[in-house]
Design a binder for this molecule. Sequence first.
Ligand code: PMM
Length: 287
Amino acid sequence: MPGGLPHRGIAPEPAGPARPVIMGVLNVTPDSFSDGGRYLDFDDAVSHGEQMGAEGADLIDVGGESTRPGAERVDAATEIARVVDVVAALSERSLAVSIDTTRAAVAAAAIDAGASVVNDVSGGLADPDMSRVVADTGALWVLMHWRGHSSDMQRLARYENVVADVKAELEDRVEAALDSGVDRSKLILDPGLGFAKSAEHNWRLSAHLDEFVALGYPVLFGSSRKSYLGGLLEDASGKPRPVGRREAATLATSVLAFEAGVWGVRVHDVAGTADARAVWLATRRAR
Ligand code: PMM
């Protein structure tokens, strides 16, 4: 477990495979593709975070800017105003919080309010000050594979070999993080499904998750409700499965990711994922 992320409960873990972390998504935005607009209100956001904690989330991932393809950016002050009180309230309730941001100023404000993980979908590329904030505070840092902001990221979805290229680009981000003084024990890697990736790219990355695990860093996997699942499950007229009905497919991808050895999954449906994790763990421990 990198950096000693607190696990809920005090019972010692039985010997065997590590229990994967569940990161519950809490988007405090008007426009995220799945839960946009639902948790802009402070009380709604905090109670949803608490509910995910009660359902088995190890981490609540609070985000104040949508990264949906084509989304327009908000300014840093707006992003901070959306997230900081929610982060403080969840931290006060002893929930571990990650801040989903590409901006150093937002990460610093959230860490100040109690966040212990920076979930940076740009892998440090969007803001040159991010590595300093992470190094100075000792926060864990999720380096996700990214090639550009949401407004034009689908144009950037060109690869020779998506698995090899994403691995190499993530390794470059690791080198940059280490060079700027971040401890290797603080790093978590994420192949970044849907970020400058076609559906085919997402399937290839999912099929080769074990190669990312083999890089030697904890791996986070984020497939929850993404459009490649909607496309897979299109109806007879070719209409994609709507976002709200992609949960069973998401769970299947999470179990496959557990089997590939990931450190954690980032999901909207924490209760279902916690059940799936219990099934996977019981099965693994019975081997
Ligand atoms: N996906 C989204 C946002 N943040 N962070 C990580 N580390 N990995 C992801 O795959 C990821 C992310 C987009 O999904 P959302 O709009 O449901 O938050």
